[in-house]
Structures are given as C-alpha cells and as structure tokens.
Design a protein around this ligand. Structure first.
Ligand code: UT7
Length: 325
C-alpha cells in the first residue's frame, strides 16, 4: 500500500520583479544575479495579498485536475515556514479557507526541504492506512523576511505555492521511497528569527537587519551540493533503482549552479533535470512542487517514469522522494 500524486497545481503572487528592477533598488546587476544564481525574475507578495489565498488557488487547481472537491480530503500537510501567525498553523488557515473542518491539518517546518518532508509525512500516513486522499503543499514567502538592503539575500528569493493531491494506491505506481535528513549543527548557515521582519517589499519599511534572513551562502552552497547528491543516491539505492533509470530530477531551485553541480556528480545530463529557477528564484518549500507542476505541464513527466524530487535548506534539512509516476 502506498500513495500516488494524481494532480498538482501552482500559484504565485501578482508582482513580478526582474533583476533590472532590483538594479534600480540596490547595488547589484542582472549580470551578477544571472551568472551566480541563474535567476532572472521572481514573484513577490505585496501588501494586501494573502499567502493563504495563493495556497488556496494552487490547491483548487490541483483538486480540479484530480476531479475532487475539498470535502473529499482527509488531511492537509503543508511544508512552510511562512505562516503569518506563530499559531494557528498555515495548514489550519488553509483548511478554513477551503471550507473544511475537523480533518487533520498541520505544518511541517523544514524550510526549503518543506515539500519533500511533507510528501514523505503524507505518504507514510497513507502507507499506515490512516488516510486515502490528502493535499500536500509547499508554500513560502521568504521575500517577506529579507532585508531589502542586503543584496546578498534580497535577490535570491521569490514567493509562491505548489500543491499536490495524493491518493492511496496499491500497485507499482506512486511514491517508492523517501529519505529525510537534518543537521541542526549547521543551523546558522541559513536562518531567520521567528517573527522576523514580516513586511512586504512594497511597504518600504526599513527595519533592523538582525531579524532578517541571514545566510552563509558559500558554505551552504557546498553542503547543499553534497547533501542533495548523497540523499538522491541513497534513496535510489534503497529502492534498487539505477541512477541512469531516473527519467527526471525535479530539484529544489535555489541556484542553477547547485542544480548543475548535483546533476554532474550524479552523472545525469541536462535533459534529466528540470529547472525553472530563472523565472521564480528560490521559492523555498514551494520550489519543488511548482517545478513539478511545470515539468508535468511541459510534458517532461510520463506515466511510469521514475521521478526524483530532492531539496536542501535551512535547518539544515535535506531529503529526496523517489516516485514511479
Ligand atoms: O534554499 C536553501 C539553500 N540555499 C542555498 O543553497 C544557497 C547557497 N548559496 C548560493 O547559492 C550562493 O552562495 C549565493 C548565490 C548566495 C552567493 O553566490 P557566491 O558565488 O557564493 O557569492 P559570494 O557570497 O561568495 O559573493 C561573491 C561576491 C562578493 O563580493 P566580494 O567580497 O568578492 O567583493 C559579494 O559581496 O559577490 C558579491 N555579491 C553581489 N554582487 C552583486 C553578493 N551578492 C551580490 C549581488 N549583486 N546581489
């Protein structure tokens, strides 16, 4: 008994910010951002916009594609670190927005690995026979946590939501296995204080730097490459799948150079790796499900393909899910 993703959906805020827009705000250049990260543009949430609403849009698209109604769901698991509230959880707010009541709804806080973690949690509950139709999301708005005066972090992040409908499935298709890893010793490579910043780019409020996202980029870069390679190999090994049999890797979209380095170490060519970091930036937990949704739309995912999702983020956390589509 296992679970299968039967539909996905994605949604972003309305405001598109290009590298050229950022050039006008801070000492940076389109050339630096493109060559060091691969990012050309990102969507950022504006004041008055609601991340819960954006997550609800992504959820509704996924539900419509699955031919299901919110009332068919038995649980909501959200990978996020972007709830407006310390509590209630983002998942509870989304549950209410979707008009649901009493089904379990909870967040999984694993920063950029949030969706990979949430999918593993959802799949494990379904293997245990607990649920048969659930919604798993990755949702984040890290643009609300950066210091817009800090070019080292401000140019990297975008906001959005990706949703997947997971149904119980007996048979060869579905999530074959997941592996989750964390290393709290590296917590200070990427962090933000709880209740840090919490404003939108357009609000123009200058705030103290010490509560914004802090990142040791180059150190994180090296660990991200190694950890994503390692966990991908191990998940494949455990499922007795050869790396060359993987049809597509849908990795966390933090930096094109990280994605390329991981692919190279795994011996996989560009045709086997999906990237959209150029158009979204690093959307944290939303990046894997948004990329998966786009990969499906682009015809890069076929029935029975072996698809690998992998991610690394603040915590540090990292992990991978191997799926027989
Ligand atoms: O999503 C969770 C996982 N996230 C990651 O894994 C992120 C990992 N790290 C990275 O992707 C990269 O380290 C960054 C993109 C964050 C930075 O790239 P880098 O090549 O490691 O640059 P750096 O931090 O070593 O900075 C190189 C130079 C510095 O100038 P000096 O000291 O050499 O004169 C920076 O001040 O680039 C400068 N710089 C910038 N210049 C123009 C840093 N940010 C910018 C900027 N525009 N936005």
């Amino acid at each position: 008994m296992g679970s299968r993703i039967v539909a996905t959906g994605r949604a972003t805020p309305r405001t598109l910010i290009t590298n050229h827009d950022l050039e006008r705000r801070m000492d940076t250049s389109d050339e630096w951002i493109r060559t060091r990260t691969g990012i050309a543009q990102r969507y950022v949430i504006s004041s008055g916009e609601s991340l819960v609403e954006i997550a609800a849009q992504a959820s509704q698209i996924a539900l419509d594609r699955a031919g299901l109604k919110p009332a068919d769901l038995e649980a909501i698991v959200v990978g996020t670190v972007s709830s407006d509230y310390g509590f209630p959880s983002f998942a509870c707010q989304l549950q209410h927005r979707l008009g649901l009541d009493t089904i379990p709804a909870f967040d999984v806080a694993a920063a950029c690995s949030g969706f990979v973690y949430a999918l593993s949690v959802g799949d494990t509950y379904m293997r245990a026979g607990e649920w048969s139709r659930i919604l798993v999301l990755g949702v984040d708005a890290l643009s609300t946590m950066v210091d817009w005066g800090d070019r080292a972090t401000a140019v990297l992040f975008g906001d959005g939501a990706g949703a997947a409908v997971l149904v119980k499935e007996n048979g060869p298709r579905g999530v074959l296995g997941s592996m989750l890893r964390s290393s709290g010793g590296f917590w200070d490579l990427l962090y933000v204080k709880n209740r840090g910043v919490q404003t939108t780019m357009d609000a123009e409020v200058r705030r103290p730097n010490d509560d914004a996202i802090t990142m040791k980029g180059p150190e994180l870069f090296k660990i991200a490459v190694k950890s994503m390679e390692d966990v991908t190999r191990k998940v494949a090994e455990r499922a007795r799948v050869k790396l060359e049999d993987i049809s597509l890797i849908v990795p966390h979209q933090a930096n094109l150079r990280i994605i390329n380095a991981v692919a190279q170490r795994l011996g996989l060519g560009p045709d086997k790796v999906f990237t959209n970091v150029d158009r979204y930036g690093n959307t944290s937990a939303a990046s894997v499900p948004i990329a998966l949704d786009e990969a499906i739309e682009a015809g890069r995912v076929h029935d029975h393909d072996l698809i690998m999702l992998n991610a690394c983020g603040g915590g540090l956390t990292w992990g991978a899910n191997l799926i027989r589509w």
